[in-house]
Design a protein around this ligand. Sequence first.
Ligand code: DGT
Ligand code: CA
Ligand code: CA
Ligand code: ZN
Length: 603
Amino acid sequence: MSFNRDAVRLLNEIASMMELLGENPFKINAHARAARAIEGMSQDLGAATGDRSALTDIEGIGPKIADKLIELAETGGMSEHAALAEKVPAGPMGLLNIPGLGPKTVRLLWQERGVTDLAGLKAIIEDGSILELPRMGKKAVEKIAAAIKFAEQDTGRLHLGVAMPVAETVVEHMRGVKGVTRVTFAGSLRRGKETVGDIDILVCADDPVAAGEAFRTMPEVVAVLAAGDTKSSVRYGLDVDLGRWNFEGRSGDAEERPSVQVDLRVVDESSWGAALLYFSGSKEHNVRLRERALKQDLTLNEYGLFPEDREAEGSPQSRGVKPVAAATEEEIYAKLGLVFVPPELREDRGELALDETPALIEVGDIKAELHAHTTESDGSLALAELVAGAKERGFHTIAVTDHSKSAAVAGGLTVKRLRAQRGAIDAARQETKGITILHGSEVDILADGELDYDDEILAWLDVVVASPHAALSQDPKAATKRLLRAIENPHVNIIGHPTGRLINKRPGIEPAMDEIYAAAKEHDVALEINAHWLRLDLRDTHVRGAVEAECLIAIDCDVHRAGDFDNLRYGVLTGRRGWLPKDRCINTWSAKKLQGWLAKKHG
Ligand code: DGT
Ligand code: CA
Ligand code: CA
Ligand code: ZN
């Protein structure tokens, strides 16, 4: 599918460069539309380029775009892209990544003010001259300044959902290497953190040198950083467009391929548990464990838990001291007088005080998806495909929740279209057995907390997910009022992605979460963990707060494409990091309990 990915990127970049050059809006739109069409496709378009009419048959792809796709298949590039790139420097393209800066503004900044990079932009914000540009009020400039500040904090950490498939591929690869007896990933990834700095892989191998060699010669490795007998480090090339700040070059350039560091450690079978514990972290959790060990006259390191001998020189393992525990994490925790701590909890947030290993939610517990879009709004799945996807996962309930009318860019439904959708849903109900299809809506929470449909419509629906989409830079006070008002609506079941943040992209609103938890509990509203790895909203610490405040939680995939169902595990990991037990998550309930709970506010 790398053909589709390249096509989407090149077409989007053509559209952006044309916009910066002030070209014909129709031409610009044709490219952007084609990119969107290809983005939603599940088949490999590269295979279709032999047949021009098959390409033009696709909605959104005209003859001119078809030719460009054929050119891409034949030459690996698009000449128009190259020609435009001659005229548009990389700097202004990079500026487009700043939320709040549209192509019209970037064009002005570039053409009128000669601003081509972040430093230039910051300079004219500082001296106030940016205000002289058309459509640039104080508010707009404040927004841009805040976006710059947020983006500058981007430390280059990789999204969980990008890192996880890489780690799994590496683990799979290492499992196939001769003499390798154990493989797993550790570090922040094993803890399910929303972003990871690097990926840590642990193996046991009969031949450590060969294992290291097999690791460093994986086809995706773009650079080897370290090559020791038991430790290797590489940079691993990624097949994703991170949409990162990219002032130096275009993502289309091969040498700009993004990559992530992957560390490999080869450890001894006998100290597997100690190594796994050490390299899973967090560092803070490890520090607490070592303190605890010392109090019991024990020493904990990556080789094992050893009796402490203050007189002796050198490490216990080098002196041949027999460990008290080393082979499994379980026995190490047990010898320290602790219960087993699930990796997601190892953040020094009170987990050592547990007197029982908590039963946390698991992916297999989820039985319903309550936030999903179809082609009626901005989803790429037809209703029947969505329902089939949910059935395939063994769910008893799927809620169709397309966008509401104010979400115009996302194809939000007018009341008329929403009413008409009920007909299609009723028909699907006739055709499908074994799953309940609920007719809901993802209703915009407008800036002041008003909902985007009136109460009569909300009551008529089966389920209401109310979410903030616009006005995400409002101040915390206004944001709190906004969410509280939505929670108090008698027909709202779930608050979708409550803060609207996008990881590494925008901070979202910052309401007083304690007030939100309390109100959600009082009004029997569930707060969503949006499972998309770009969102993970609620975030882990919010989940913890919500669980402590006795709120209900929903974990939903916010399905827009077929693959989105697979994001569920990231939502569940985030739930686990928030100490979420199964029964507090409404998606784990039986059909009867869940549907009964929803119906209390509808019909
Ligand atoms: P990351 O990669 O920044 O997302 O976070 P981690 O937690 O994966 O950190 P990383 O990759 O630097 O190291 C993996 C684990 O190894 C870490 O969670 C704990 C352990 N570790 C690394 N350095 C130290 C250290 O200096 N002291 C202790 N106690 N543990 C360490
Ligand atoms: Ca790491
Ligand atoms: Ca590491
Ligand atoms: Zn949404």
